[in-house]
Ligand binder design. Sequence first.
Ligand SMILES: [Fe+2]
Length: 106
Amino acid sequence: MHDHAGLWCVEGVWEGQLEITQYECLEGGEDCCRFRPAGTINAGTGSAGSLIPPHEYHTIRNASDDAIAISLHIYQAPITCCSIFERLEGDRYRRSARELSIDNDA
Ligand SMILES: [Fe+2]
């Protein structure tokens, strides 16, 4: 699970299908947080959605084990970091920081 560092985001599915689960933050903390799942959607080709803080905690994955999924994500501003949440037990998650960058070699 991750956030978008407080930035809004619009996501469109170009090809395939994505499974997106949103989470509600029950208790925030510097290192440990509590979350509960707040619904899962399957977004197919041509669909679009938004993630607007404070409702920005989510997982996203290709819904298929063998088909390609391609999506386009547009952020409010350059996103250089985010938080990753690793499940500990029950509704408790450990927060860690993740630096993000653009691959300039592509
Ligand atoms: Fe995301």
